[in-house]
Ligand binder design. Structure first.
Ligand code: SF4
Length: 721
């Protein structure tokens, strides 16, 4: 028996885990690491199942190649050669714009995803880049990009010091937090209330998070932007603003907000005017306050406007960039911020003309790009850790579209609803055989922190790491062939990184010799070498060796004000009224006159689930069926429903079991996504198949500034089954 420590990679909370393994390397227990200074022993059921996930007998252990309908296991060299043939044939016949790539959400949780997908995209040379970001958080990136000049400059609520937290469309008691890295989020919320703070939740469901709050307010799905504008209106009307940072556009925001009085928006959003006024007064009166809004507000038709208004309120109440308000983390691997001003729409999608954001096109238009003939039609697809058939809008159409591709290669541990269309599947090793560092998630942490996890188990002989798999795909895509050594890619990137650093005035290695710096790097792989370089160039002067000496992680202190370092706008100030968002706010105002749909659909999270990833892990899918349609009993009675219902939308229909509950507003129904498992080798998932909620979501609807899919507030009708 032995004990090992590592970070949990299964959600954004980055909890430290303590694992016990037997002599054969089997995990016998997983507990929270009490010595981790950030998570302090917290663990949830997902983390406790990490051993079961790694040892899942349905995981692919060798590459799979499909010929017609026949799958066969193959060696790695043969698989990479098949990829080279497939990609080369499409590039030669149709050019690089016939290629597309889709990156799933787990890429945010691996070193390979953080370090190797960018070179892969560059090597593919296509503008058809899609990811889970446009099914999730792209509105936040775009609003922060336009306000602060950097789409990664996302302020997070200073959870441990705030006196007042207004939370919209987030359910951290199930999700454990999102775009706000905070292990033991529930404990931090309870601590807020214990120290006399106030916590208010706005959500169409009385979630477990709402049940923990001082106050819960129902809001109609997709109308958060109206409620937030009502608060902005009140702050101006009652002279409650206390702007503490340099801003541009204050007058424009004030003028825009005039039409969104609490009274004017009350009917559409379902929040009484006097309550909206009180929220504004409470936010202004609190010693410190933070407004935080997540996926329910992002995946709506005015998602970017809502995210923008969240930070407008944080600015107006004087809470941007101050302890107890919303603040920016400083990570140990931050080696420089963007130098060009942020913009969107540098190119547009071929079929629908949707603007690029963050170098990506909306996943809502991926099927259009595959199915629509013409110059630039997508004919080959690379996916890394993604299952868009279950997680993207109108997954049923995507399922059909993938069937028509000339070539598809997937980096994925499972044969699932998406990868079943691949010609080659390249399975990465299990989590415990991979090193881990959270590059992305620590940028959104509520406390500065760093932790490196070396592999708990040695690599399996002859099996490439996930980093090597993606690096070899990049080498193939760039024309260097299936036999090219992936280490060359790491050396190229290291050389560029070090050269830039020695030439940058004020850098910790300014004027030093690149070869000498390269010789001083340590790491057992290209990914570790690159991490070591970033740590040494980063703001804390750490190194991989220093992190290895602290296996439980290093606390780098509370968040500190740093707006001046973060701002990358042309004006050098916070842009309160970016023209793209002002234009969408005008569209929002015009929508005030449109009557709402009678019944709308929303999604929901569950503590033992994470999108479609974890449904083949027995301990996480036991118990009662979770893939149910939550519905208010008033609607059950009004519509004469019993047991099951047929739900119809503009894109499809599903028959689903009903779960009547007064925790959801009348006129709103909720179905979780990530289910609908069928026809794959994931045996446990097939036993708990559920239905694909994305048979009902409409890929023709997007949030215009960001291209984000609209999953929230989908009009549906219900009939007895
Ligand atoms: S909260 Fe997230 S990071 Fe923590 S144990 Fe659970 S899944 Fe892992």
């Amino acid at each position: 028996m032995r004990t090992a420590h590592r970070t949990c990679p299964l959600c954004e909370a980055v909890c430290g885990l303590r694992l016990t393994l037997d002599d054969a390397g089997r995990v016998t227990s997983v507990k929270g690491d009490p010595d981790d200074p950030f998570s302090k022993g917290f663990i949830c059921p997902k983390g406790a199942s990490l051993g079961a996930l790694d040892e899942d007998p349905d995981r692919l252990r060798a590459p799979m190649v499909r010929t017609g309908g026949e799958w066969r296991e193959t060696g790695w060299e043969e698989a990479f050669q098949a990829v080279e043939r497939g990609l080369t044939a499409v590039i030669e016949a149709h050019g690089r714009q016939a290629l597309a790539v889709y990156l799933g959400n787990p890429n945010a949780h691996t070193m390979a995803g953080a370090l190797y997908n960018a070179p892969l995209i560059k090597a593919l040379g296509t503008r058809n880049v899609f990811s889970a970001s446009t099914s999730d958080q792209m509105p936040k990136h775009v609003s922060c990009g336009l306000m602060f000049g950097d789409p990664l400059a996302i302020p997070v609520p200073d959870l441990d010091r705030t006196d007042y937290l207004l939370m919209l469309g987030a359910n951290p008691l199930e999700s454990n937090g999102s775009l706000c890295t905070a292990p033991d989020f529930p404990g931090r919320l309870k601590a807020l209330r214990r120290r006399g703070g106030r916590f208010v939740v706005v959500d169409p469901r009385r979630t477990r998070t709402a049940a923990l709050a001082d106050e819960h307010l129902f809001v109609r799905p997709g109308t958060d932007a109206y409620l937030l504008f009502g608060i902005v209106h009140t702050l101006f009307a009652e002279d409650l603003t206390a702007v503490g940072v340099e801003v541009e556009g204050l007058t424009e925001v004030r003028a825009l907000a005039e039409d969104f009085s609490p009274k004017a928006v009350a009917e559409v959003c379902g929040v009484p005017a006097e309550v909206t006024v009180r929220l504004a007064r409470e936010l202004a009166a609190a010693p410190t306050a933070a407004v935080y809004a997540r996926i329910g507000t992002c995946t709506a038709e005015f998602g970017t406007v809502a995210q923008w208004l969240v930070d407008v309120i944080n600015v107006l109440t004087g809470n941007l960039d101050r302890p107890g308000g919303v603040m920016f983390a400083k990570t140990a691997t931050e080696t420089g911020r963007r130098s060009r001003p942020y913009t969107t729409g540098r190119w547009h999608s071929r079929v629908r003309g949707l603007p690029e954001a963050n170098g990506e096109l909306p996943v809502a238009t991926l099927a259009d790009e595959i199915e629509t003939p013409g110059e630039g039609q997508v004919r080959a697809l690379v996916t890394v850790a993604g299952n868009p058939v279950l997680s993207a809008p109108n997954g049923v159409r995507l399922d059909r579209a993938f069937g028509g591709l000339e070539f598809m290669v997937c980096v994925d541990p499972y044969l699932n609803e998406t990868t079943r269309h691949a010609h080659v599947i390249l399975p990465p090793p299990p989590v415990l055989r991979s090193p881990h560092y959270d590059f992305a998630l620590l940028s959104f942490a509520v406390r500065n922190y760093a932790r490196f996890s070396p592999p708990v188990l040695p690599p399996e002989p002859g099996r490439p790491s996930e980093a090597e798999i993606i690096a070899r795909l990049a080498m193939i895509a760039s024309g260097q062939g299936a036999e090219a050594d992936p280490a060359l890619l790491d050396e190229l990137i290291l050389d560029q990184m070090l050269r830039r650093a020695v030439e940058t005035p004020g850098s910790p290695v300014e004027g030093r010799d690149v070869d000498e710096l390269r010789a001083g790097l340590e790491g057992g792989s290209g990914a570790e070498l690159r991490l070591d370089a970033m740590l040494k160039l980063g703001p804390y002067g750490l190194s991989l060796a220093a992190l290895r000496e602290h296996p439980h992680g290093i606390d780098l202190g509370p968040l500190e004000p740093r707006l001046a370092e973060m701002l990358r706008t042309v004006s050098g100030r916070v842009e309160l009224a970016p023209p793209q968002l002002v234009a969408d706010a005008v569209r929002l105002r015009e929508r005030l006159a449109v009557p709402p749909a009678e019944i709308v659909l929303i999604g929901r999270r569950h503590l033992r689930s994470n999108n479609s990833w974890l449904h083949n892990v027995g301990p996480l899918v036991g118990g009662s069926n979770r893939c149910t349609l939550q519905i208010n009993p008033q609607d059950v009675a009004r519509l004469g429903l019993d047991g099951h219902a047929v739900v119809r939308s503009s894109t499809g229909e599903l028959t689903v079991p009903l779960e009547p509950t007064d925790s959801i507003m009348p006129g709103v129904v909720s179905l979780p996504h990530g289910w609908g498992h069928a026809g794959t080798t994931q045996r446990t998932a097939a036993e708990h198949a559920g239905v694909n909620a994305n048979a009902l979501t409409d890929e023709s609807k997007v949030d215009l500034p960001s291209g984000n899919a609209v999953f929230n507030g989908v009009p549906v009708t219900l009939a007895p089954a």
